[in-house]
Design a protein around this ligand. Structure first.
Ligand code: ARG
Ligand code: ZN
Length: 872
């Protein structure tokens, strides 16, 4: 059942124009389609016409107006074949579908009483018979017919006609002049209200901007609208890309499998990725909304105008667009913090994916279910690969290359080579070795060694690279890896000028590692340096260097690169944590490394230049990140070690944390500005340390912060700290008050669920079960599943990995139920179980047993593919 990249062929017939009519009904929506088709010039005449179609009831079919006889076509559960067709023709079909029964949330479905669609990757085939592949691009004309319950009827492009029909029904016809693949089709119908604004493009086109929401959410759209306008301007300035229709719409829906979808002119968003209000959304949510709004908008060029030839090229649009939204957020907020956040997430989650049974290259070469490939590797590693390209060719060549790409391939469905070729042409660089980043899975590891020769004033750096084997890729080849570095003088505390092979490179340079082992000799190095390697995370690799703790404390204080200063702090904490983990395992007394305390004291007592970066520096590596660094994950030792260190720091630096809290506490009206966000993060990090030792002043401040009810960032943080404390009299009243106050708001209730299921207390699993029965919970809503089950299994590591296997059982039970309702979400949810190989033997056995239990069910292709790989 697998599809292979090497089997690619252009379609036998292409669609030039598509006319659709939807007569909406929850149980039986009628979809009429007229497809204007012609033979593909590269395919021979006389081939049958094959259309994709799943779960459709065919009511009528005609070719050039003549109804087809039963023997002129055939059907199976995935397709419809017309045996004989001419060179050019039109095909009419009529089908019925049942949106109300669609719990998979692919195709046309109902969400809170409103019709909406999700067609990427292969949802359009659940709407009508069609060559449902991205290299078939057609113009669309869509008529939507609704009743009194659907005053608003939306689709792609521009509305061209509307009118009344008998029986209280009405219609709107939409035309999208830009040829597009079926995955970008969208339809929305329901009782929606809009907020409207306008944008004038650089060349003077007036664009109407609309955000459509349920009435009670009309006050939660300001930030998304402002973000959209910033993104539109940014894409003009940074990439010379203008919007190309008179109307741009965003719709918020409550039931959605992912974050959002870039349908042409009609972006559909998970309500969690668009709605914000100071009282309901945290700073992190505000920033997430800004970046997702930008991401989907940027797809209008990187994805829609230039799209993917086939789904193996998914990262062509996703990796590039994530890179674009990362740069946008960096420009709009604090660039250093944005990079730190992205990299810590990447090194935790993508590295884990690369090390597990579902590891795959940025461009996979086969899949069973493409829905399983919307992964961190395709998105985030894909973005890292584009970032490396940008750094390799330089800013100007990168812009010339992207201009060339958009111009040359406008209106086409292309490949990753097409993109990289444009960059090679624009820069004159040979990128053939670089292309391996797209085909080779796994995280490359670099072992670095350095030696300073005082007499010769030389620094010799040796870099060795290797990429561990991944499933079905046992042998790996060396990659072209850009390593940005500096040498920090131990006497001066400054970045030293770099001279490599006689060439002066400045004090911050990129060296190119291409061989398995390579030596770099820096000359005229006037003092003994500590190397600062892989600055800004210049390549998605693991880098090891035998740093001593003094070296790391030195870099933390002196590195010229802000990102690497943070990274040095993380490395220092990791070394100390390793000791504590070992002590815990060996049952000996844990001792706090004073160097960590002194390093933190230095940070707390220094002048805070960038409070947001400081907050990151004061945050210890997460349990998931620490686990990623261990050969064998001992969840209990990791948790105990990290808690010990948090408490040690809190006891030693209590007064500093209290002072920092007070200095950054403010009553100013909430705004999601970088300045305010930085102060809130710093103050809340300080509060978390105080609560780690349940300091009485800290407890009082947390209660005050909760009661003050100033903004959701502060309220949620305080509630989390109270809920995670060991004292029920702190947690229970606060949880109850919050739950009652926000019972009407599903997005806030998601946070209420997440806060409770991350409690460290041993009885939390019983609480998860209890909350699954809560009226606000539903297995049919992906946000709820993620908030309750996903958060528990992904973030509450000690309790999910309970030795009695109850955590695993709960997850498997949920996966089995969801496999029937929503296969895409079920396949994602199973992820933590697939990582069994990282744990001790008894946990391995328990996890595998649950995977076996899932495998014994009748499985969707999605869950089947993941579970098969995990047990292979
Ligand atoms: N293209 C969307 C985005 O990243 C994601 C849609 C994925 N849909 C899915 N059913 N897997 O912007
Ligand atoms: Zn995307």
């Amino acid at each position: 059942q697998a599809t292979y990249l090497s089997d690619y062929r252009p379609p036998a017939y292409r669609v030039t124009h598509t006319e659709l009519t939807f007569d909406l009904d929850p149980a039986a929506t009628r979809v009429k389609a007229r497809l204007h088709l012609e033979r593909h010039p590269e395919r021979t005449a006389g081939e049958p016409l094959m259309l994709d179609g799943e779960g459709l009831t065919l009511e009528a079919i005609a070719l050039d107006g003549e109804p087809l006889e039963a023997d002129e076509y055939s059907q199976d559960e995935a397709s419809l074949t017309v045996h004989r067709v001419p060179e050019r023709f039109h095909l009419d079909t009529e089908v019925t579908i049942a949106p109300e029964a669609n719990t998979a949330l692919e195709g046309l479905y109902l969400s809170s009483g409103m019709y909406c669609t999700q067609c990427e990757a292969e949802g359009f085939r659940r709407i009508t018979f069609y060559p449902d592949r991205p290299d078939v691009m057609a113009t669309f004309a869509t008529t939507v017919i609704g009743g009194p319950g659907e005053p608003v009827l939306l689709s792609n492009g521009n509305p061209v006609e509307r009118g009344e029909l008998p029986n209280g029904r009405h219609f709107v016809t939409w035309e999208d002049p830009h040829p597009k693949p079926s995955y970008l089709f969208a339809l929305v119908a329901g009782d929606l209200k809009k907020v409207e604004d306008a944008f004038t493009t650089a060349s003077g086109r007036e664009v109407t901007l609309q955000i459509w929401v349920e009435e009670e959410n009309l006050d939660k759209t300001d930030h998304a609208m402002a973000s959209l306008k910033r993104a539109m301007r940014w894409d003009e300035e940074a990439y010379g890309r203008e919007y190309d229709l008179d109307l741009f719409m965003i719709v918020a829906v409550n039931d959605f499998n992912m974050g959002a979808m870039e349908n042409k002119g009609l972006n559909i968003f998970n309500s969690a990725a668009v709605l914000t209000h100071p009282h309901t959304a945290t700073d992190a949510a505000f920033q997430r909304v800004e970046s997702i709004v930008a991401h989907e908008y940027f797809h209008n060029w990187s994805g829609n105008r230039v799209t993917c030839r086939d789904w193996f090229q998914l990262s062509l649009k996703e990796g590039f667009t994530v890179y674009r939204d990362q740069c946008f957020s960096a420009d709009t907020n604090s660039p250093a913090v944005k990079r730190i956040e992205d990299v810590s997430f990447f090194r935790t989650a993508q590295f884990a994916e690369d090390a597990g049974p579902t590891a795959h290259p940025v461009r996979p070469d086969h899949y069973i279910e493409i829905g399983n490939f919307y992964t961190l590797t395709i998105y985030e590693k894909g973005a890292e690969v584009v970032r490396m390209l940008a750094n390799l060719v330089g800013e100007e060549a990168f812009r010339r290359g992207s201009d060339r790409y958009f111009e040359r391939f406008d209106g086409q469905a292309v490949t990753i080579e097409d993109f990289v070729d444009c960059m090679a042409e624009a820069s004159g660089l040979d990128l053939s070795q670089f292309l391996r980043w797209y085909s080779q899975a796994g995280t490359p590891e670099i072992d670095a060694f350095g030696e300073y020769d005082y007499a010769k004033a030389e620094y010799r750096l040796i870099l060795r690279q290797r990429t561990p084997a991944t499933p079905d890729q046992p042998d790996k080849q060396p990659l072209h890896i850009p390593v940005r570095l500096g040498l920090v003088g131990t006497k001066s505390g400054r970045d030293l000028p770099l001279t490599l092979e006689g060439e002066a490179l400045g004090s911050d340079a990129v060296i190119h590692l291409r061989e398995a082992e390579q030596e770099f000799l820096f000359t005229d190095v006037s003092e003994a340096p500590v190397p600062s390697l892989l600055r800004g995370f210049s390549a998605p690799v693991k880098l090891r260097f035998p740093y001593g703790r003094e070296d790391l404390a030195f870099l933390l204080a002196n590195d010229g690169d802000g990102f690497n200063r943070w990274d040095a702090g993380q490395r220092l904490a990791m070394l100390a944590l390793d000791d504590l983990i070992a002590a815990h395992r060996n049952g000996v007394e844990k001792v706090m490394d004073p160097r960590v305390i002194e390093a933190f004291r230095g940070l707390l007592e220094g002048e805070p230049e960038d409070r947001a970066v400081l907050a990151e520096m004061l945050t210890l590596p997460s349990e998931a990140y620490i686990a990623e660094q261990q050969p064998l994950v001992d969840v209990d030792a990791i948790h105990a070690a990290r808690e010990f260190m948090r408490q040690g720091l809190a006891m030693a630096l209590r007064d500093d944390f209290l002072r920092v809290y007070r200095e950054n506490q403010s009553d100013a009206a909430y705004a999601p500005t970088p300045e305010q966000i930085a102060r809130r993060s710093l103050k809340n990090v300080a509060l978390a340390y105080l609560m780690a030792i349940e300091d009485e002043d800290g407890v009082a401040l947390a209660r005050e912060q909760f009661a003050a009810d100033h903004n959701m960032t502060d309220v949620r943080h305080a509630l989390t700290l109270l809920t995670h404390s060991s004292r029920d009299e702190l947690s229970e009243p606060a949880l109850k008050a919050f739950g009652e106050k926000w019972a009407h708001d599903p997005l806030v209730m998601d946070q209420w669920f997440a806060i409770q299921v991350t409690r460290p207390q041993a009885d939390v699993l019983e609480r998860v079960r209890f909350l699954m029965e809560h009226p606000a919970f539903s297995l049919k809503n992906p946000n709820k599943v993620r908030a309750l089950i996903g958060t528990f299994a992904g973030q509450n590591r000690v309790n999910f990995h309970r030795l009695d296997g109850a955590g695993y059982r709960l997850l498997a039970d949920t996966v089995i139920e969801l496999n029937r309702l929503n296969p895409e979400i079920a396949a994602r949810l199973v992820t933590p179980l697939t990582r069994w190989a990282r744990f001790d033997e008894s946990r391995q056995e328990l996890m595998k047993a649950e995977l076996e239990r899932i495998r014994a069910e009748e499985l969707s292709p999605n869950v089947y593919e993941v579970v098969e790989k995990a047990l292979a």
